[in-house]
Design a protein around this ligand. Structure first.
Ligand code: NAD
Ligand code: TDX
Length: 352
C-alpha cells in the first residue's frame, strides 16, 4: 500500500479522535496530521495514547484562517484530506449561528481552495473526503428513510451550514474536478463524546443524581450508530468509495428519545448498583428545542451493498460499553465539564 500524507481536520473531537486512532494504528505507512483548533469540543486528552507514535502529528490551527490554511497546504503537501472539523451541536447553533457559518462553510471553502491549488496540476491519487450528517435531509414523518437521492431540506443553523458545505464540496468536484467523496451519517454515540450531546449528558447527570433534561415529550426519533462503526465506514469509503459519490451511513437503530433514556437509566442502575427505577426518577421534561426535527432514519444499503460495510456492535452492547467508559473516566469528564461547559450548561438549561 502506498505512503500517504493525510490531513484529518477536527481530529481532537469526538468522531475525529476515533478516525485518527484507527488510521494511525491500522496504517503505520501513512503520515497522519491532525489539524484542530482545539475549541471547547477538541481535547488532546482524547489522543493521549498516540502522542509518541512516529506517524502521528498534531497541528493547532483554525480552518477559518485562509492564510494559515494556504501556507499549511503549501508546506505539508497532503495527498488527502478527511474533513471532520465543525461546530457540531444543534443547540449551540440556535443560540450562535455565526460560528457555524464561519467554521462549517468558510472553513470548508478554505480547505477546498487550498486542496484545489495544491493539486491542480495532478489530481491523480488525491482525495478530499467530507464528513457530513443526515440532518441535511430534513425531518421525516413516521415512515420512510433518507437515501443519497433525498432532496436537501436542512432546518437548523447547524444542518443548514453542513448542507451548504456539502453543496460546495460537490460543486468543486463538478466545476474543478476535485476528487471528492462525501458521507452523511446518523447520530453517533460512544467514548470521548462531549457531554452536551444527549447520551453523555444524561450519563453524567444520572451519575450525579441531576435531572435528565428531555426536550418536549421525548418523542423525537434518532438513528444511533456506535462511533467506531462510523470510523470503520470512513476507512472503507476513504479507500474504496467512488470519487464524486455520496454514501449514507446509519445504524438501522431508531429510538424515540424517551425510550432511549429509559434504556439508559436501566443500564445505569445496573452498573451503579442502584435500585431499579432510581435513575428514571431523574427524567425531567423541559422546553422543546426550537424547530426540533421529528425523525431521522437512514437507508445505508448503498454502503452495505457496494462496499460491504456492516456495523460491528448491537446497540445493547454499544450502550453498555459507552456507559462503562464514562463511569471509568472521572478525570476526562471533570476536565471537559469545567470552564466553558459550565457557562454553556447554565445558559442552556436554566432559561427553561
Ligand atoms: P465535535 O464537536 O466533537 O468535534 C469537532 C472538532 O472540530 C473539535 O475537535 C474542534 O476543536 C474542531 N474544530 C471546530 N472548529 C474548528 C476550526 N475552526 N478549525 C479547526 N478545528 C475546529 O464533533 P463530532 O461530533 O466529532 O463531529 C465531527 C464531524 O462529524 C462534524 O463535521 C459533524 O458535522 C459530523 N457528524 C457528527 C455526528 C454526530 O453524531 N456527532 C453525526 C454525523 C456527522
Ligand atoms: O438535553 C437534551 N435533551 C434532549 O431531549 C439534549 C442535548 C438533546 N435532546 C434531544 C434532541 C434530539 O432529539 O435528544 C436528541 C439528540 O440530541 P443531540 O445529542 O443534541 O443530537 P442531534 O441534535 O440529534 O444531532 C447529533 O446528531 C447528528 C449531533 O450533535 C450532530 O452533530 C450530528 O450531525
Amino acid at each position: 500500500m502506498s505512503r500517504l500524507k493525510i490531513c484529518i481536520t477536527g481530529g481532537a473531537g469526538f468522531i475525529g479522535s476515533h478516525v485518527v486512532r484507527l488510521f494511525v494504528n491500522k496504517y503505520p505507512q501513512y503520515d497522519i496530521v491532525n489539524l484542530d483548533k482545539l475549541t471547547y469540543a477538541g481535547n488532546l486528552m482524547n489522543l493521549h495514547d498516540l502522542e509518541d507514535l512516529p506517524n502521528y502529528t498534531f497541528i493547532k490551527g483554525d480552518i477559518v484562517d485562509e492564510v494559515f490554511v494556504n501556507e499549511l497546504f503549501q508546506e505539508q503537501k497532503f495527498d488527502a484530506i478527511i474533513h471532520l472539523a465543525a461546530e457540531s451541536h444543534v443547540d449551540r447553533s440556535i443560540s450562535n449561528p455565526l460560528e457555524f457559518i464561519k467554521t462549517n462553510i468558510l472553513g470548508t471553502v478554505n480547505l477546498l481552495n487550498a486542496a484545489k491549488n495544491e493539486w491542480k496540476d495532478n489530481m491523480e491519487g488525491k482525495t478530499f473526503y467530507h464528513i457530513s450528517t443526515d440532518e441535511v435531509y430534513g425531518s421525516l414523518g413516521d415512515t420512510g428513510f433518507f437515501t443519497e437521492d433525498t432532496a436537501y431540506d436542512p432546518r437548523s443553523p447547524y444542518s443548514s451550514s453542513k448542507a451548504s458545505s456539502d453543496h460546495l464540496v460537490r460543486a468543486y468536484h463538478h466545476t474543478y474536478k476535485l476528487p471528492v467523496v462525501v458521507s452523511n451519517c446518523s447520530n453517533n454515540y460512544g467514548s470521548f463524546q462531549f457531554p452536551e450531546k444527549l447520551i453523555p449528558l444524561a450519563i453524567n447527570n444520572i451519575k450525579h443524581f441531576r435531572p435528565i433534561p428531555v426536550y418536549g415529550k421525548g418523542e423525537n426519533i434518532r438513528d444511533w450508530l456506535y462511533v467506531e462503526d462510523h470510523a470503520s465506514a470512513i476507512d472503507l469509503i476513504f479507500h474504496q468509495g467512488k470519487k464524486g459519490e455520496t454514501y449514507n451511513i446509519g445504524g438501522e437503530n431508531e429510538w424515540k428519545n424517551i425510550d432511549l433514556i429509559h434504556r439508559l437509566c436501566k443500564v445505569m442502575d445496573e452498573l451503579l448498583q442502584r435500585a431499579e427505577g432510581t435513575s428514571a426518577k431523574l427524567i425531567t421534561f423541559v422546553q422543546d428545542r426550537a424547530g426540533h426535527d421529528a425523525r431521522y432514519a437512514i437507508d445505508c444499503s448503498k454502503l452495505k451493498n457496494e462496499l460491504g460495510w456492516k456495523p460491528s456492535l448491537q446497540f445493547e452492547e454499544g450502550l453498555k460499553k459507552t456507559v462503562q467508559w464514562y463511569l471509568s473516566q472521572e478525570e476526562w469528564l471533570s476536565a471537559v465539564t469545567s470552564g466553558d461547559y459550565l457557562n454553556y450548561y447554565e445558559s442552556q438549561y436554566t432559561k427553561r
